[in-house]
Write a protein that binds this ligand. Structure first.
Ligand code: ZN
Length: 216
Protein backbone atom coordinates (compact mmCIF):
# COMPACT_ATOMS: atom_id res chain seq x y z
CA UNK A 1 0.00 0.00 0.00
CA UNK A 2 2.81 2.32 0.96
CA UNK A 3 4.69 1.58 -2.26
CA UNK A 4 1.50 2.15 -4.29
CA UNK A 5 1.11 5.57 -2.66
CA UNK A 6 4.75 6.35 -3.42
CA UNK A 7 4.30 5.22 -7.02
CA UNK A 8 1.21 7.44 -7.45
CA UNK A 9 3.03 10.43 -5.99
CA UNK A 10 5.93 9.86 -8.36
CA UNK A 11 3.52 9.58 -11.29
CA UNK A 12 1.80 12.85 -10.38
CA UNK A 13 5.07 14.75 -10.03
CA UNK A 14 6.35 13.30 -13.30
CA UNK A 15 3.24 14.26 -15.26
CA UNK A 16 3.38 17.74 -13.72
CA UNK A 17 6.93 18.08 -14.98
CA UNK A 18 6.08 16.82 -18.46
CA UNK A 19 3.01 18.97 -18.97
CA UNK A 20 4.24 22.00 -17.03
CA UNK A 21 4.66 23.89 -20.31
CA UNK A 22 1.00 23.35 -21.10
CA UNK A 23 -0.31 25.17 -18.02
CA UNK A 24 -2.22 28.31 -18.97
CA UNK A 25 -0.71 31.70 -18.35
CA UNK A 26 -2.89 33.78 -16.03
CA UNK A 27 -1.86 37.03 -17.65
CA UNK A 28 -4.05 38.78 -20.25
CA UNK A 29 -2.57 40.51 -23.30
CA UNK A 30 -3.29 43.92 -21.77
CA UNK A 31 -1.60 42.95 -18.50
CA UNK A 32 1.36 41.62 -20.49
CA UNK A 33 1.74 44.93 -22.37
CA UNK A 34 1.55 46.73 -19.05
CA UNK A 35 4.25 44.53 -17.53
CA UNK A 36 6.53 45.30 -20.48
CA UNK A 37 5.79 49.04 -20.28
CA UNK A 38 6.52 49.11 -16.55
CA UNK A 39 9.71 47.10 -17.04
CA UNK A 40 10.92 49.48 -19.74
CA UNK A 41 10.05 52.45 -17.54
CA UNK A 42 12.18 50.97 -14.74
CA UNK A 43 15.01 50.44 -17.22
CA UNK A 44 14.87 54.00 -18.59
CA UNK A 45 14.67 55.51 -15.11
CA UNK A 46 17.53 53.31 -13.87
CA UNK A 47 15.23 51.69 -11.33
CA UNK A 48 15.57 48.10 -12.55
CA UNK A 49 14.66 45.32 -10.14
CA UNK A 50 16.23 42.55 -12.31
CA UNK A 51 13.39 40.14 -11.52
CA UNK A 52 13.68 36.35 -11.74
CA UNK A 53 17.44 36.31 -12.20
CA UNK A 54 18.51 34.23 -9.20
CA UNK A 55 19.60 30.60 -9.19
CA UNK A 56 16.30 29.84 -7.38
CA UNK A 57 14.50 31.22 -10.43
CA UNK A 58 16.62 29.05 -12.71
CA UNK A 59 15.55 25.99 -10.71
CA UNK A 60 11.90 27.10 -10.57
CA UNK A 61 11.58 27.56 -14.33
CA UNK A 62 13.45 24.32 -15.02
CA UNK A 63 10.14 22.65 -14.05
CA UNK A 64 8.27 24.50 -16.80
CA UNK A 65 8.00 27.86 -18.52
CA UNK A 66 5.07 30.24 -18.76
CA UNK A 67 6.42 33.32 -20.58
CA UNK A 68 3.84 36.12 -20.51
CA UNK A 69 4.98 37.58 -23.85
CA UNK A 70 6.70 36.65 -27.09
CA UNK A 71 9.15 39.25 -28.36
CA UNK A 72 10.24 39.25 -32.00
CA UNK A 73 13.19 41.60 -32.17
CA UNK A 74 16.35 42.45 -34.09
CA UNK A 75 19.60 40.55 -33.43
CA UNK A 76 21.32 43.93 -33.02
CA UNK A 77 23.53 43.76 -29.91
CA UNK A 78 22.04 47.03 -28.70
CA UNK A 79 18.50 45.61 -28.43
CA UNK A 80 18.47 42.89 -25.72
CA UNK A 81 14.78 42.39 -24.80
CA UNK A 82 15.35 40.91 -21.32
CA UNK A 83 17.42 43.95 -20.32
CA UNK A 84 15.36 46.72 -21.90
CA UNK A 85 12.11 45.29 -20.47
CA UNK A 86 13.76 44.44 -17.10
CA UNK A 87 12.70 40.78 -17.14
CA UNK A 88 14.32 37.50 -16.14
CA UNK A 89 14.27 33.73 -16.57
CA UNK A 90 10.97 32.38 -17.87
CA UNK A 91 9.38 35.80 -18.43
CA UNK A 92 9.64 36.42 -22.16
CA UNK A 93 10.01 34.10 -25.16
CA UNK A 94 12.38 35.80 -27.57
CA UNK A 95 12.97 35.34 -31.30
CA UNK A 96 15.76 37.46 -32.78
CA UNK A 97 16.88 37.86 -36.40
CA UNK A 98 18.45 40.79 -38.28
CA UNK A 99 15.65 43.29 -38.99
CA UNK A 100 13.37 40.85 -37.03
CA UNK A 101 12.43 39.20 -40.33
CA UNK A 102 10.37 36.05 -39.92
CA UNK A 103 10.19 32.97 -42.08
CA UNK A 104 8.77 29.52 -41.40
CA UNK A 105 11.30 28.65 -38.68
CA UNK A 106 10.66 31.84 -36.72
CA UNK A 107 6.89 31.52 -37.22
CA UNK A 108 7.10 27.91 -35.98
CA UNK A 109 8.90 29.15 -32.86
CA UNK A 110 6.14 31.72 -32.26
CA UNK A 111 3.48 29.04 -32.85
CA UNK A 112 5.11 26.89 -30.16
CA UNK A 113 4.88 29.67 -27.59
CA UNK A 114 1.33 30.61 -28.62
CA UNK A 115 -0.09 27.10 -28.74
CA UNK A 116 1.88 25.21 -26.08
CA UNK A 117 3.01 27.91 -23.65
CA UNK A 118 -0.20 29.97 -24.04
CA UNK A 119 1.62 33.30 -24.18
CA UNK A 120 -1.13 35.90 -24.71
CA UNK A 121 0.98 38.56 -26.45
CA UNK A 122 3.38 38.87 -29.40
CA UNK A 123 5.38 42.10 -29.69
CA UNK A 124 7.14 42.80 -32.99
CA UNK A 125 9.91 45.09 -31.78
CA UNK A 126 11.67 47.24 -34.35
CA UNK A 127 14.33 49.76 -33.39
CA UNK A 128 15.76 53.07 -34.54
CA UNK A 129 18.94 53.12 -36.64
CA UNK A 130 18.41 49.49 -37.70
CA UNK A 131 21.27 48.49 -40.03
CA UNK A 132 19.27 45.78 -41.77
CA UNK A 133 16.40 48.16 -42.56
CA UNK A 134 18.90 50.85 -43.62
CA UNK A 135 20.42 48.40 -46.13
CA UNK A 136 16.97 47.36 -47.34
CA UNK A 137 15.80 50.93 -47.88
CA UNK A 138 18.86 51.79 -49.99
CA UNK A 139 19.63 50.74 -53.55
CA UNK A 140 22.74 48.77 -52.68
CA UNK A 141 23.08 45.01 -52.99
CA UNK A 142 24.41 42.68 -50.32
CA UNK A 143 26.22 39.35 -50.52
CA UNK A 144 25.55 35.87 -49.22
CA UNK A 145 22.52 34.99 -47.13
CA UNK A 146 22.11 38.65 -46.21
CA UNK A 147 20.46 38.96 -49.59
CA UNK A 148 17.37 37.08 -48.38
CA UNK A 149 17.07 39.29 -45.27
CA UNK A 150 17.29 42.50 -47.29
CA UNK A 151 14.87 41.14 -49.91
CA UNK A 152 12.30 40.28 -47.22
CA UNK A 153 12.58 43.69 -45.55
CA UNK A 154 12.27 45.42 -48.96
CA UNK A 155 9.13 43.48 -49.64
CA UNK A 156 7.78 44.38 -46.16
CA UNK A 157 8.46 48.09 -46.72
CA UNK A 158 6.95 48.10 -50.18
CA UNK A 159 3.81 46.27 -48.96
CA UNK A 160 3.14 49.29 -46.71
CA UNK A 161 4.46 52.20 -48.79
CA UNK A 162 4.16 50.96 -52.36
CA UNK A 163 7.92 51.26 -52.89
CA UNK A 164 10.83 52.66 -50.94
CA UNK A 165 10.15 54.59 -47.74
CA UNK A 166 10.98 58.30 -47.64
CA UNK A 167 12.94 58.03 -44.42
CA UNK A 168 14.61 55.36 -42.32
CA UNK A 169 12.02 55.80 -39.55
CA UNK A 170 9.21 55.30 -42.06
CA UNK A 171 10.96 52.15 -43.33
CA UNK A 172 11.39 50.83 -39.76
CA UNK A 173 7.70 51.40 -38.99
CA UNK A 174 6.61 49.88 -42.32
CA UNK A 175 8.72 46.76 -41.69
CA UNK A 176 7.25 46.28 -38.21
CA UNK A 177 3.67 46.84 -39.38
CA UNK A 178 4.11 44.40 -42.28
CA UNK A 179 5.48 41.78 -39.87
CA UNK A 180 2.47 42.22 -37.57
CA UNK A 181 0.20 41.70 -40.59
CA UNK A 182 2.13 38.59 -41.64
CA UNK A 183 1.62 37.10 -38.20
CA UNK A 184 -2.07 38.02 -38.07
CA UNK A 185 -2.57 36.13 -41.35
CA UNK A 186 -0.31 33.22 -40.47
CA UNK A 187 -2.34 30.05 -40.81
CA UNK A 188 -3.29 27.90 -39.12
CA UNK A 189 -2.14 28.39 -35.52
CA UNK A 190 -1.51 32.10 -35.02
CA UNK A 191 -4.45 33.35 -37.10
CA UNK A 192 -6.81 30.93 -35.35
CA UNK A 193 -5.58 31.86 -31.86
CA UNK A 194 -5.87 35.54 -32.71
CA UNK A 195 -9.43 35.16 -34.01
CA UNK A 196 -10.40 33.35 -30.82
CA UNK A 197 -8.94 36.20 -28.77
CA UNK A 198 -6.22 34.02 -27.30
CA UNK A 199 -3.31 36.11 -28.53
CA UNK A 200 -2.74 39.76 -29.34
CA UNK A 201 -0.04 40.92 -31.79
CA UNK A 202 1.29 44.46 -31.48
CA UNK A 203 4.07 46.59 -32.99
CA UNK A 204 6.59 48.51 -30.89
CA UNK A 205 9.74 50.54 -31.56
CA UNK A 206 12.83 50.73 -29.34
CA UNK A 207 14.75 54.02 -29.42
CA UNK A 208 18.49 53.32 -29.31
CA UNK A 209 19.29 56.80 -27.97
CA UNK A 210 16.86 56.94 -25.05
CA UNK A 211 16.30 53.26 -24.20
CA UNK A 212 12.55 53.82 -24.47
CA UNK A 213 10.11 51.44 -26.14
CA UNK A 214 7.05 53.03 -27.76
CA UNK A 215 3.95 50.90 -28.22
CA UNK A 216 1.73 52.20 -31.01
ZN1 ZN B 1 18.24 46.09 -36.37
Amino acid sequence: MKSLKLFLMLLISLSTAIFAGDDKSNVTAEEAINKLKLGNERFVNQKTIKPHQSIDDVMRVAKGQHPFAIIVSCSDSRVPPEILFDQGFGDIFVIRTAGQVIDSIEIGSIEYAVEHLHSPLVVVLGHSKCGAVTAANSDGEVDGHLHKIVKDIRSNISSQTGGKANSLDEAINANVNALVKTLLNSEPIIKEHHEKGKVKIVPAIYDLDSGKVSFN
